[in-house]
Design a protein around this ligand. Structure first.
Ligand SMILES: Cc1cc2nc3c(=O)[nH]c(=O)nc-3n(C[C@H](O)[C@H](O)[C@H](O)COP(=O)(O)OP(=O)(O)OC[C@H]3O[C@@H](n4cnc5c(N)ncnc54)[C@H](O)[C@@H]3O)c2cc1C
Length: 467
């Protein structure tokens, strides 16, 4: 059998003194839990600065082997972009960091071990760490409401957005063949719970998508379509302030989006949304963007928390637990300027916190003084549909087409990797020239199952004589 170059190199390596020294060397183990904005940016820093060293091992544990660019998620739901346009494979970005696709199940801070399960057979894996950066983000909070949990669509990951887009098209098809007018309106009503960034952007995007796509269904009238946002506050997008929030509402109303303020979704049974003010809206689609909670792994940890988030100090370490660091949505990071104020959970903050956490891990290993996290929020942007946006930058407010253009430019620049930027630019250009894609990409089994359940509910309701 011919011996390959790699085998020869390995034999030489394993026999050399330096190799034996290398293999026996006690490595400093750095583990990053979570492959979102915070996890990736910490890993990128360590990939460049530490991971090549033979005495250091850096591992990233992530549920998916890609980073999802959430600011553009609603564009996938609206058919402006394809799912693959807004994700980047972690393994292409990280060359020296070990990537493990697994689910973290628990962290033993005393034994300094992190446990995970992986693969279809849920194989167990245990890793030791000297430094652990917790960057597990947050999870959707259904506030223990089983109806909402079972029936609502979430807007958190890539499949949520793809499923929503598919569902909109599936229900246009369904409605186009429905003879019962009330049922047709139910298929054509889309309720979005939450008027923050995710809710307002999703509502604007879905509204554009469903109204533009419905033009290809001659049986359907635009007046039959309802897109409704339910928001507990006085104005949308509270993060951007009252002026821009009210502007967003006005613009969305002009585009026929209904905005119900000062109300919360109390229940949903797959066919009717009930609000806490007694109002009910018959709908086959509730998009739930109204709450987040910490990951169960974070919730189980005994370290100090602020509304479920792990309290970090200004160096991103968790006091009282040496070698434990945190960043991103799962961390409450003091803003350093005002006492008792924490940075908001956004990608903009998460990635910057993570880079400082990674630098401080490096500084700890090198025996250098730690660097505090200091950051002034630059601004926030939201796209609310129909080439309209709202933005606040260094105290200046922008709205309309200019803000929408800023939104596209800023996030295009932030999207990792040139190839994805080019794909998104091409997709946007093609959308402008030829319109967005309106096909149902796949007949998701999930939708079929739901349809069966709806058919059952409708039959039951008909028997009881309720709408
Ligand atoms: C629809 C939407 C739109 C948004 N728009 C914007 C925007 O325009 N601008 C902005 O700044 N922010 C925006 N955000 C917020 C932004 O996405 C978050 O602040 C950011 O993702 C936080 O980064 P993170 O790394 O802390 O968490 P995440 O990005 O959520 O990453 C956490 C990672 O940990 C993984 N994970 C969780 N639990 C486990 C486990 N047990 N085992 C293994 N892996 C696990 C997750 O799969 C995920 O990959 C938006 C969010 C959403 C949902």
């Amino acid at each position: 059998m011919p011996v390959t170059y790699a085998e020869k190199r390995n034999r030489v390596f394993h026999n050399s003194a330096s190799a034996r020294e290398y293999l026996n060397m006690k490595k400093t183990k750095i583990v990053i839990a979570g492959g979102g904005f915070a996890g990736l940016y910490a890993a990128k820093y360590l990939d460049k600065h530490l991971a090549r060293r033979p005495d250091i091992e850096v591992t990233l544990i992530a549920r998916e082997n890609f980073i999802l660019f959430t600011p553009m998620l609603h564009e996938v739901a609206a058919g402006d972009l394809a799912p693959g346009d807004i994700v980047n494979p972690l393994r292409r970005i990280l060359r020296h960091v070990n990537v493990i696709e697994a689910d973290v199940t628990d962290v033993d801070l005393n034994a300094r071990k992190i446990r995970c399960v992986h693969g279809l057979e849920r194989g167990e894996l245990e890793l030791d760490f000297d430094h652990l950066l917790l960057a597990l983000g947050s999870e959707t909070n259904f506030f223990d409401n089983a109806g909402i949990r079972d029936w609502a669509v979430t807007m958190k990951n890539l499949s949520d957005a793809a499923l929503l887009r598919n569902r909109v098209v599936a229900f246009l098809e369904e409605a186009s063949l429905e003879t019962d007018a009330a049922a047709r309106r139910q298929w054509l009503t889309f309720v979005i719970a939450g008027g923050g960034f995710a809710g307002a952007e999703t509502a604007g995007a879905v509204n554009d998508f469903v109204r533009e796509t419905a033009k290809f269904y001659p049986q359907l009238a635009d007046e039959e379509i309802r897109v409704v946002v339910i928001h507990p506050g006085d104005y949308l997008l509270p993060e951007l302030g009252e002026g821009l929030g009210r502007y967003a509402e006005r613009k969305m109303r002009e585009r026929k989006v209904e905005v119900i303020k000062g109300a919360r979704v109390a229940n949903y049974d797959g066919w009717v949304v009930t609000l806490n003010n007694g109002l009910s809206i018959p709908t086959a689609t509730l998009v739930w963007t109204a709450g987040v909670k910490p990951s169960p792994v974070v919730a189980a940890l005994s370290c100090p928390k602020e509304r479920g988030r792990i309290v970090a100090d200004e160096y991103l370490q968790v006091r009282g637990f040496s070698g434990l660091w945190t960043a991103g949505d799962c961390a409450a990071v003091p803003d350093g300027y005002e006492t008792g104020i924490f940075f908001p959970p956004t990608a903009q903050h998460g990635m910057r916190e993570a880079i400082v956490a990674a630098k401080n891990i490096e500084r700890t290993i090198l025996g250098q003084a730690l660097q505090p996290f200091r950051y002034r929020t630059m601004g926030m942007l939201a796209s609310i549909g129909h080439h309209t946006g709202v933005a606040s930058f260094f105290g200046f407010k922008f709205s309309g087409f200019v803000a929408w253009w800023m939104w596209r430019s800023v996030y295009l620049a932030k999207l990792p990797r040139l190839v994805k930027k080019l794909r998104v630019m091409i997709a946007w250009t093609l959308d402008l020239l030829f319109g967005r894609d309106i096909e149902q990409m796949i007949t998701l089994r999930d939708v079929e199952e739901l349809t069966e359940r709806w058919t059952r509910i409708r039959a039951e309701r008909k028997q009881l004589n309720v709408a």
